[in-house]
Design a protein around this ligand. Structure first.
Ligand code: DOR
Ligand code: ZN
Length: 351
């Protein structure tokens, strides 16, 4: 039936949950929607050791204790000092499913990131050997490189050579935003995949900048021009299993977003499935939604597909304007597309 679609329980292979009070809301939203989530490690201080990841996992599981089918998968933060021994410990933990590469200074809480890719060679060698996945924030940080070119230049100068040096390393290029990234993924081997966010599929840089700066559309990598958005749409329409869902849901308080120096990040954990459904429906490929949301990511990570199912029904509703009392300052959290109408709802979900 056209007004209803049943898919397997989705996964989100890229999410930020934060810590402290915010964790209560972010974990609740994630657990209400997803089976597996891949949790990013850019806390302050970063989750750089297996012990830190296990403690963070415990906290998340405790908040989500009433959600039986919810599995947070943890990542480690790659630093200049990550040792091969730490990689072995991570792999053996059974809790850690990847290591995240942030070029130092590229984005939120990335100060402890890599200052030079060569510093990570011993850790990457071990990851390749053990089959532990590297998640990459793919942007150069050179101040002379224009912000709109940073992903393309990263692919050319860092990622291409990296894949030649470590040909069997499993890599996910996270939150891709350009036709260059789509081409790179299409041309590389089975061990290299990409996540795509709802915001990069729905919006371009005009949405961010025309008619006034819209801080709630500001994320990193930054929204690009329309031709790049079209390339991302082509990628999901191709049904290539190397492209799968990772929301990059990244909460910041209203104050920190609506600020003279606003933080990067769009919050979508509450309604990402409905956003993706809208996109797939608009492009007449709802039949591919199940693979993109529920299967391809799990397959890439060699994890079981979720047996549970959810049903989406075509029924208009409005995204909440905000979530109150989000953080320690009792500040609000504004979701992506706040106050706007979406056409798909999850059956039995309490909105
Ligand atoms: O927009 C973003 N927000 N991009 C990132 O890479 C990090 C994230 C965050 O943690 O806020
Ligand atoms: Zn992220």
């Amino acid at each position: 039936m056209e007004n209803q679609i049943t898919i397997h329980k989705p996964n989100d292979f890229h999410i930020h949950l934060r810590d402290g009070k915010a964790l209560n809301l972010t974990v609740k939203h994630a657990a209400e929607n997803f089976g597996k989530i891949l949790v990013m490690p850019n806390l302050k201080p970063p989750i750089a050791t297996t012990n830190q990841a296990i403690a963070y996992h415990e906290k998340i599981k405790n908040i989500a204790k009433n959600f039986a089918d919810f599995s947070p998968l943890m990542t480690l933060y790659l630093t200049d000092n990550t040792t091969p021994e730490e990689i072995v410990e991570a792999k053996n933990s059974g809790t850690i499913f990847g290591v995240k590469l942030y070029p130092a200074g590229a984005t939120t809480n990335s100060d402890a990131g890599l200052s030079n890719i060569q510093n990570a060679y011993p850790a990457l060698e071990k990851m390749q050997q053990l089959g532990l996945t590297l998640q990459i924030h793919g942007e150069v940080v050179d101040k002379n490189v224009d912000i709109f070119d940073r992903e393309r230049i990263f692919i050319e100068t860092i990622l291409q050579p990296l894949t030649q040096k470590f040909p069997d390393l499993k890599i996910v290029l996270e939150h891709i935003t350009t036709k260059d990234a789509v081409n790179f993924i299409n041309e590389s081997g089975k061990n290299i995949a990409a996540t795509i966010t709802p915001q990069h599929l729905m919006f371009n840089r005009n949405d961010l900048l025309v008619g006034g700066v819209k801080p709630h559309f500001y994320c990193l990598p930054i929204l690009k021009r329309e031709e790049h958005r079209q390339a991302l749409i082509s990628a999901i329409k191709s049904g290539n299993p190397k492209f799968f869902a990772g929301t990059d849901s990244a909460p910041h308080s209203q104050h920190n977003k609506e600020n003279a120096c606003g933080c990067a990040g769009c919050y979508s954990a509450y309604h990402a499935i409905e956003l993706y459904a809208e996109i797939f429906d608009t492009h007449k490929v709802l039949n591919l939604l199940d693979n993109f949301l529920s299967h391809f990511g799990a397959d890439f990570y060699n994890l079981p597909r979720n047996p549970q199912k959810i049903t989406l029904i075509k029924q208009a509703w409005k995204v909440p304007e905000s979530f109150a009392d989000f953080d320690e300052n009792n500040d609000a959290l504004i979701p992506l597309y706040a106050g706007k109408e979406l056409s798909w709802k999850i059956k039995d979900k309490i909105y």
